[in-house]
Design a protein around this ligand. Structure first.
Ligand SMILES: Cc1ncc(COP(=O)(O)O)c(C=O)c1O
Length: 434
């Protein structure tokens, strides 16, 4: 047997025996994985249903149409393109559809919780090929809509792209749409993180306000790694050619043959998301995050935005004078998997940021509830307390070696390994979908 399968088995064991608290991760159902791993991977189907460049696509057309119809119905939109390979290509495709190089775009900065593809300067497609204007958060970790409006009036972006990857509070879609309308910009809402919550009625939908919606399908939506671009009625009113522009930007603009195995997985996950159980799930995700955040706060930790209104929590480790790297590494040895993350107005570099990001979508899929959130909060706090003496060196050159030595040191640490044993016991009671 190929050694890859041995490694897959090892990864399966890791996922089973540890707590995934990375807010962008989840467990796709067996049915979703069955579709993704199916013989559909063998087929080329460049083009769109009914308009392919290859023969043999009768059944593929039916599958892609099913995914499209389900997306349209679920999100109440007149058009959905289910071919984008993932979230970053989807956002690039929207920009190619709406803009010419050099045009102005406006988005929330990465450091404030926005995504790289929303105009991060210099190193990304969106920041290199367009004139990117970025905005951040005020000292209270809020979006200052007065300032945002002034900036939009001054810079006149053609696209306002809004959606977050590390921001715990609800985004006010209506306020963004008022500003976009005032400057005649397209409002693109990227709901990658919260699509499943929106489907479950646990987070406000931007459908009434946006012209275009992009989303990944593998986060709270619990589907395969993929993405969708949707055009709203408001979008069609602004620009009747929007459907054509988006579809052409996806293929042949940026992509070749669609991954129909993934598209089948998207169709399956959308059918799961329409069920009552999914609504219950989405509400529990938000409730679990609230309980986890409240417990962490009660223990004295500082949370960005003062808590959460979604699935996501950002812990600000500056009061502890700790680096996100130290805490994330120690939590991993304890069987709790999170990611280091910048916090708003962080002065530390992105690779050694001052926070950690947590989320509840995956543990909620396992069936965990309030009681387990309290236990997880206890463990997180114990680990943070345990590593509080470890300071990242001021000298930036010695940081990488410091982390390497720190990792070696904690690998066999009895305190952390004892927590990982308890984590394993908890995980056994809440198996991952298989
Ligand atoms: C808001 C947002 N948009 C886009 C993306 C990019 O998705 P992908 O990693 O599938 O390219 C992410 C991924 O984390 C995201 O959080």
């Amino acid at each position: 047997m190929d050694e890859v399968f041995n490694l897959i088995k090892q990864e399966e064991k890791r996922q089973e025996e540890t707590l995934t608290l990375i807010p962008s991760e989840n467990y796709a159902s067996y049915a979703v994985r069955d579709a993704v791993g199916s013989i559909l991977t063998n087929k080329y189907s460049e083009g769109y249903p009914g308009k392919r460049y290859y023969q043999g696509n009768k059944i593929i057309d039916e599958i892609e149409n099913l995914a499209i119809d389900r997306a349209k119905k679920l999100f109440s939109v007149p058009h959905a393109n289910v071919q984008p390979y993932s979230g970053s290509p989807a956002n690039s495709e929207v920009m190619i559809a709406l803009l010419t190089p050099g045009d102005t775009i406006m988005g929330m900065s990465l450091a404030s919780g926005g995504h790289l593809t929303h105009g991060h300067p210099d190193i990304t497609f969106s920041g290199k090929f367009f004139r990117s204007v970025q905005f951040g958060l005020n000292k209270k970790d809020e979006i200052d809509f007065v300032k945002l409006r002034q900036l939009a009036l001054k810079e006149k972006p053609k696209v306002l792209i809004i959606g977050t990857t590390a921001y715990p509070l609800i985004l006010d879609w209506e306020k963004f749409s008022e500003i976009a309308d005032e400057v005649d910009a397209y409002l693109v809402t990227d709901i990658s993180h919260v699509a499943g919550l929106i489907m479950g009625g646990a987070y406000p939908s931007p459908v009434k306000y946006a012209h275009i919606i992009t989303t990944t399908t593998h986060k709270t939506l619990r589907g395969p790694r993929g993405a969708m671009i949707m055009v709203t009625d408001k979008g069609l009113n602004k620009d009747p050619d929007l459907v054509k522009k988006i579809d052409r930007a996806v293929f042949p603009g940026m992509q070749g043959g669609p991954h129909e195995n993934t598209i089948a997985g998207i169709a399956v996950c959308l059918n799961e998301a329409i069920k009552t159980e999914f609504k219950i799930y989405a509400k529990q995700v938000v409730h679990n995050a609230y309980v986890l955040a409240t417990e962490l706060k009660n223990k004295g930790l500082t949370l960005v935005g003062g808590g959460t209104e979604s699935h996501l929590i950002l812990v600000d480790l500056r009061p502890q004078n700790l680096s996100g790297n130290i805490v994330a590494e120690a939590l991993e040895i304890s069987g709790i998997v999170v990611n280091k993350n910048s916090i708003p107005n962080d002065t530390a570099p992105a690779f050694y940021p001052s926070g950690i990001r947590l989320g509840t979508p995956a543990v909620t899929t396992r069936g965990m509830k309030e009681k387990e959130m309290k236990q997880i909060a206890d463990w997180i706090f114990e680990v943070i307390n345990y590593v509080k003496e470890f300071r990242l060196p001021k000298n930036t050159k010695s940081r990488s070696n410091f982390i390497k030595t720190f990792k070696q040191k904690i690998e066999k640490d009895k305190f952390l390994l004892a927590i990982s044993k308890d984590v394993k016991t908890l995980c056994k009671r809440f198996p991952i979908p298989n």
